[in-house]
Ligand binder design. Structure first.
Ligand code: BGC
Ligand code: ZN
Length: 382
């Protein structure tokens, strides 16, 4: 009798369906809403999470344009969305810390085979093929609910629930800055005073915030001429903003530089070389722009090289983030909310409510020029 009831429930469960936003990788403008089975916990260490909100970014733009992104093996579609905020619905028997009702953000990359993957540093993988939820070979979070192992879920404190959708981009910035400080221990007494951030989008603004929270003098560069929302937000945290149309990077450096730390996040690769020119001696330049194009640039190679050599300067690239960076991101967001209450909520400019409004979400991602963060919300607010 009991067995029959369980079997009936099982069948009922497998037929429960949900909406998800997907693309056909390799086919431009193929974003569509599809119906998928509601996922279920299959391993005692797994957690069922209800999606609360999902941010979209330049990577999603590239996936939509079919320049990036790959479907999971056996599927011809990819559910997109990698910047997630969710609420725990149900936990497996061996889940240790998470409880129903907890707010969580999921990390993006899952382990491959390289030695780095084996020690929990999948963000440092040397594998050619990698697995990222919502981007590469694994379905993402633009759906109603998902199942994930507890080890890939990071609790979002109530203090930053309202801005929890920024966890993933904040984790990217945390990783870049932490790496910079870790590498610079080579300098024994390195203590940066002046920072520059190139790019005033989500990553640039978060980088400016984290650097201000560390007490640095911060100059941010964007294209748009101030005043506009982004420059006003920066004003509120005591960072300075320049449009490179009015004040090029080298001119600003004459006034406020050279810069001990530069975070490059414009998505425009020639900017890297402009940054190299204004980096202080013993300084560090962090590259975070994922530039999928084929752009080339002519550069003053001898001079750049000479100054890097004579100045012991450092340039490095950074991508993705691991669990530790997400945990630190939660602390940074909570600090940001308490120190500068208007800043992070002010970045959440373009909410779209409901998965069925996916076309509006895409439209805003591709065309809303004044947008900082475009994101989907569903259900009740966190
Ligand atoms: C994501 C990262 C990812 C990278 C490359 C970014 O948009 O935020 O998690 O590693 O794209 O796919
Ligand atoms: Zn991203």
């Amino acid at each position: 009798m009991g067995d029959t009831a369980a079997a009936v429930n099982d069948t009922a469960d497998t037929t429960r369906l949900m909406k998800a936003v997907a693309v056909t990788p390799g086919r431009a403008d193929s974003v569509h809403l599809r119906t998928l089975p509601v996922p279920r916990i299959r391993d005692p260490r797994e957690v069922l999470v209800e999606v609360v909100s999902v941010g979209v970014d330049g990577t999603d733009r590239e996936i939509i344009h079919a320049e990036y992104g790959e479907a999971p093996a056996g599927d011809d579609f990819l559910v997109i969305g990698h910047e997630s905020l969710g609420r725990v619905l149900q936990v497996g028997d061996d889940v240790r810390e998470l409880r129903p009702g907890d707010l969580v953000a999921a990390t993006v990359r899952r382990p491959g085979d390289s030695p780095y993957d084996r020690i929990g540093l999948s963000d440092m993988t040397t594998d050619e093929e990698y697995f990222e939820r919502g981007i590469s070979r694994l379905h993402g979070f633009l759906c109603e609910s998902y199942v994930e192992a507890e080890q890939y879920l990071v609790k979002v404190p109530r203090a930053c629930a309202e801005v929890g959708v920024l966890m993933e981009p904040a984790s990217i910035v945390v990783k870049g800055i932490e790496q910079a400080f870790e590498i610079q221990r080579r300098m024994k007494i390195w203590s940066p005073a002046r920072a520059a951030v190139t790019g005033a989008g989500t990553i640039g603004l978060l980088a400016a915030l984290l650097l201000r929270l560390r007490g640095l003098d911060v100059t941010v560069f964007g294209l748009t001429e101030p005043p506009y929302l982004n420059s006003e937000l920066l004003d509120g945290i005591g960072a300075r903003y320049y449009s490179t149309r009015q004040v090029p990077v080298d001119e600003a450096s004459d006034r406020h530089g050279p810069f001990d730390l530069i975070f490059e996040a414009t998505g425009y690769s020639p900017m890297v070389f402009e940054c190299m020119e204004v980096l202080a001696r013993n300084g560090v330049l962090i590259l975070s722009s994922v530039t999928g194009g084929e752009r080339t640039a002519e550069v003053p190679a001898d001079r750049l090289n000479l100054e890097f050599v004579l100045g012991n300067k450092l340039l490095f690239g950074t991508v993705n983030a691991n669990r530790g960076h997400f945990e630190q991101a939660a602390r940074e967001l909570a600090m940001g909310v308490s120190e500068y209450p208007g800043f992070l909520p002010g970045m959440l400019t373009h909410p779209v409510h409901g998965l069925e409004k996916f076309e509006e979400l895409v439209e805003k991602l591709l065309h809303a020029e004044d947008a900082i963060k475009v994101y989907l919300t569903r259900g009740s607010a966190p």
